[in-house]
Ligand binder design. Structure first.
Ligand SMILES: C[S@@+](CC[C@H](N)C(=O)[O-])C[C@H]1O[C@@H](n2cnc3c(N)ncnc32)[C@H](O)[C@@H]1O
Length: 224
């Protein structure tokens, strides 16, 4: 497994059961089974090819009997009563939101969500906090020169985020202060650059929002 998937696995606690949505090669469930995870394990994917690859990975690891394979869109075939952990990783934040939105049953204190958006993390955080989820912990995993955001969330816990924090999460929840500071700087440069590009033109409400985000990012930088 790569460092990104290892960081995700590190957030999993032993329990009733786990589903890995969009499992692709099925590395996560196979590795959890091999490491002695005690609950039920489900590997789900919308495409047959990835699910075949996941079966192969499980067979090679000698854990085929431990994993059930589901060919389905999102959480549509997930047996809600048999799991307590939902992992959705390696997809766009908007697709993760769509999958969660279509499974209203997951809005329940029973479930622990481990989410790793490839893009649009701000859309995902917005959806989570406005649908009653609290973000408990955030990890930044560096893998092959790229930084990945991993969120651990639970229903019924309140998290307040300002606009800047929607993009990067709360500093106090981040487990990686040095990477957080580095990413904060990158984000600040991105918004400042976009704001300067609007200068001279009437950026209207968008420029106003970007100015406010830059101000919030500066505040986050100085409260390090
Ligand atoms: C880039 S791979 C990510 C694999 C793995 N989760 C990881 O983080 O390394 C995305 C996988 O999600 C699957 N996928 C895309 N949309 C899906 C959906 N709506 N429901 C289930 N799986 C989906 C794709 O078939 C693909 O195997």
């Amino acid at each position: 497994m790569n460092r990104r998937l290892e960081a995700i696995a590190g957030l999993v606690r032993d329990g009733k059961g786990l589903i890995d949505v969009g499992t692709d090669h099925g590395y996560l469930p196979a590795s959890l089974a091999a490491a002695g995870y005690g609950g039920r394990l489900y590997a789900a994917d919308i495409n047959e090819g990835p699910l075949l690859a996941a079966r192969r990975t499980a067979a090679e690891a000698g854990v085929s009997e431990r994993i059930r394979f589901l060919l389905c869109d999102g959480l549509s075939l997930c047996p809600a009563e048999e799991i307590d952990t939902i992992v959705i990783a390696g997809m766009g934040g908007d697709l993760i939101v769509k999958i969660l939105d279509e499974a209203e049953w997951c809005l329940d204190t029973r479930y622990h969500l481990i989410l790793q958006p490839m893009t649009k993390a701000e859309v995902l955080r917005y959806w989570l906090i406005y649908n009653g989820f609290g973000i408990q912990e955030e990890i930044l995993a560096e893998d092959a020169g790229r930084l990945y955001q991993i969120l651990s969330a639970r229903y019924g816990v309140e998290t307040k985020l300002n606009d800047a924090e929607l993009f990067l999460g709360k500093r106090s929840l981040s487990q990686n202060p040095a990477l957080y500071a580095r990413e904060l700087k990158v984000l600040h440069e991105r918004f400042s650059h976009a704001l300067s590009a609007m200068e001279g033109r009437d950026g209207g409400a968008r420029a106003e929002l970007y100015r406010e985000i830059c101000r919030q990012l500066e505040e986050l930088e100085t409260t390090a």
